[in-house]
Design a binder for this molecule. Structure first.
Ligand SMILES: O=P(O)(O)OC[C@H]1O[C@](O)(CO)[C@@H](O)[C@@H]1O
Length: 458
């Protein structure tokens, strides 16, 4: 899918993308089923996919939406720097690591979370006397740090990402297509659906352009200032992660302080939601009667299921109920002057999911043009990353000071000696974290009164 014509090359260059996939996929033939595969055909049973943000949300959404009930390879995600989360994935796999492929996905190849995940997973392979390089695949920008590591260590495969593909618009690149193909998902159909939508959303007549209609509806509803939140309610379990995927696509793209002229605009649209009808029993009460600060997007899937349905009442199926809940909620919102948009798809399949992704990618680009912001950078996230690096540096400095001390110090003494008198609270939190995790820092005193605490190395 081409996200935004200003940033993407001509479609003629796309075959390079698929040849990238074709030449690299020999490490494991997708679609080979576990039950009848010989070790030669595919020695893997599972995948660990390590990535965050745009390098995780698309693959997670597509897995939930499209992965077959018995996929050829079962995928597990590590999308955080949470040690417990990493442990859980590794514990679930146990001695199956020997047949587990690892995808390390990071456009920049320098994001700390996937780097940490990769190091921890590598360590787990080493502990089982497995050569990590024989299991590891990198999906990253050319010559990124990750690319260099993968090249130097001779990993199983490397897929390169084009610079013009943004992280949050990368689902139709190797980032999304490799994990999807390995799970037996029809990636050609995904690309076909995205292509169809790409064509449909290049139409200059706005009334016939679904992405333009969507962008204009967002603009109308929130006054072009994001005054209303976007509540996304797909009435289908398999689309549960769509709102989470859209959260990044929309909020990271549109949530900007400055417009393209450098004017302070504080733009954005807040996105949340899970699924209908489940959310009707959670927060739809507020949507109907509470603060009118949202518009709803209802995703309607026409096909209930493959095969026939039992009747839960005479002449009525569960699917009829779901359809009734969607239409009923829409009506109830309308009656109370709450806006809603309904997007209908015939069924959840690779083609419609590809089309949905392409639709929203294009709508975001068009809406960004309407409000005059750059949808394709994320300066705010960079600020958060820098601030986290400052905290880790402070931790280092504090530990260095403690190493020189024979007697326990108060936290404010330690802050002074570390040249960070203003950072007493941050230092308290760092120390408490190290203390809790038995990292050689001993805090003594009343934790409810940080001023009473003394600290030393244990
Ligand atoms: O793929 P990368 O470079 O690891 O980045 C992961 C995510 O981090 C961000 O750069 C900032 O959150 C996202 O835009 C991106 O999707």
């Amino acid at each position: 899918m081409v996200a935004e014509s200003r940033f993407s090359p001509h479609p003629r260059t796309h075959p390079r993308n698929s040849s990238n996939l074709r030449t690299n996929r020999s490490f494991c033939r997708p679609g080979t089923h576990r039950g009848n595969s010989s070790p030669k055909e595919c020695r893997f049973t599972d995948i660990i996919s390590i990535g965050i943000g745009g390098s995780a949300l698309g693959p997670q959404f597509v897995t939930q939406a499209l992965s077959p009930d018995l996929p050829p390879l079962q995928i597990h995600f590590i999308d955080n720097s949470d040690p417990t989360g990493i442990d859980r994935v590794l514990a679930q796999l146990g001695d199956k690591l020997a047949t587990t492929l690892v995808l390390v996905i990071s456009k920049s190849g320098g994001t700390p979370e996937p780097r940490n995940g990769m190091i921890e997973v590598k360590q787990a392979y080493t502990a089982q006397k497995l050569d990590f390089a024989k299991y590891a695949v990198a999906i990253t920008g050319q010559d990124s740090n990750l690319d260099k590591v993968a090249k130097a260590e001779n990993w199983l495969a490397r897929f390169s990402m084009y610079d013009w593909v943004g992280g949050r618009t990368s689902e139709m690149s190797a980032v999304g297509l490799v994990p999807a193909a390995l799970q037996g998902i029809d990636i050609r159909a995904m690309l076909d659906g995205a292509k169809e939508m790409d064509d449909a959303t290049r139409v200059p007549n706005l009334k016939n352009n679904p992405a333009a209609l969507l962008a204009l509806a967002w603009y109308f509803s929130g006054n072009g200032k994001g005054e209303k939140d976007m509540v996304v309610l797909p009435y289908k379990d398999s689309l549960l992660l769509f709102s989470r995927y859209l959260q990044q696509l929309i909020m990271e793209s549109l949530g900007k302080e400055k417009d393209l002229d450098g004017k302070t605009v504080f733009q954005g649209i807040a996105v949340y939601g899970n699924k209908g009808s489940t959310d009707q029993h959670a927060y739809v009460q507020q949507l109907r009667e509470g603060v009118p600060n949202f518009f709803a997007t209802l995703i309607e899937v026409l096909e209930d299921r493959q095969g026939t349905s039992v009747e839960v009442d005479p002449g009525v199926t569960s699917g009829d109920y779901l359809c009734g809940f969607l239409l009923g909620t829409r009506q109830a919102l309308y009656e109370n002057n709450r806006d809603s948009i309904t997007v209908s798809i015939p069924q959840v399949n690779a083609r419609t999911v590809g089309a949905l992704i392409a639709l929203y990618e294009r709508a975001v680009g068009l809406y960004a043009s309407l409000i005059n912001v750059n949808a394709y950078h994320q300066p705010g996230v960079e600020a958060g990353k820098k601030a986290a690096a400052v905290i880790l540096d402070l931790q280092k400095r504090v530990l260095e000071v403690l190493q020189t001390q024979k007697k326990a110090l108060s936290i404010s003494e330690l802050a002074d000696m570390s040249g960070a008198a203003e950072e007493v609270e941050a230092i308290y939190k760092i120390l408490r974290h190290l203390h809790t995790n038995n990292r050689g820092v001993v805090l003594t005193g009343d934790f409810a009164k940080p001023g009473s605490l003394t600290v030393s190395l244990g």
